[in-house]
Design a protein. Structure first.
Length: 225
């Protein structure tokens, strides 16, 4: 029975990692579509979102089944809770990728600002890197790496603030860029929220290793957990 439980738990780990890769691909495609003004790619992101939603629902169902049928001990239960909570964060990240894709369709034909779009692309690259890193930290149950990744969210917030300021200046300079700049600010805010969800997953990795629920990017000190 224990061997069967461990196999099912390992399957949950694998499926969570696969979901993470799907979400990261959706983020990458949505930003690529936005920068390249690619409506077709944006529609692909929107159309594929149901797969991410179904994956999260399936993970949740399998997690509840393990809890109900196997009655796991506290350490195993912590693993299952981490997967359930972190997969929910991944699903919300996928929702923000869809929002970026919808912005692509909405702003097609509006006056664009290449410098701001480059900043958005750079911000997206950083977010994508954080997602990849947090998935690796999850697989390795690397608490210290998770804490370090959460610290990187400060740079994502800085990107968002700079893009917001540049958009305001651009709208004041040229009224033709107002509609496009509003969408730039929205896309930056979606990427910022994805960074926040990465931080959430970092917190669940810390919980997985220590059993403590912590708030990273706060005044808490690392040696407290």
């Amino acid at each position: 029975m224990r061997r069967l439980f461990e196999d099912e738990l390992n399957d949950l780990h694998v499926r969570f990692s696969e979901m993470g890769m799907m979400v990261n691909e959706a983020i990458y495609k949505s930003v690529k579509a936005f920068i390249n003004h690619d409506k077709q790619l944006a529609r692909e992101v929107i159309a594929d979102d149901h797969k991410i939603n179904e994956w999260e629902t399936d993970l949740e169902r399998k997690s509840f089944e393990l809890i109900a049928l196997q009655q796991p001990v506290s350490t195993d239960l912590r693993v299952i809770v981490t997967i359930m909570k972190a997969s929910s964060d991944l699903e919300r990240m996928g929702d923000h990728a869809v929002s970026i894709a919808k912005s692509t369709i909405r702003v097609k034909g509006n006056t664009r600002v290449p410098d701001i779009e480059k900043d958005i692309a750079d911000m997206a690259d950083k977010v994508k890197q954080m997602v990849e890193e947090v998935l690796d930290a999850y697989v390795k149950e690397d608490r210290k790496k998770a804490i370090k990744i959460a610290d990187e969210d400060v740079a994502i917030n800085a990107y968002s603030d700079n893009i917001y300021d540049d958009c305001i200046k651009e709208m004041q300079r040229d009224s033709e860029t107002v509609v496009g700049s509003m969408d730039y600010m929205l896309v930056a805010s979606y990427l910022e929220r994805i960074g926040d969800y990465v931080t959430n997953i970092c917190e669940w990795i810390v919980y997985l290793r220590t059993g403590k629920v912590v708030e990273l990017n706060s005044n808490a000190q690392e040696d407290e957990f």
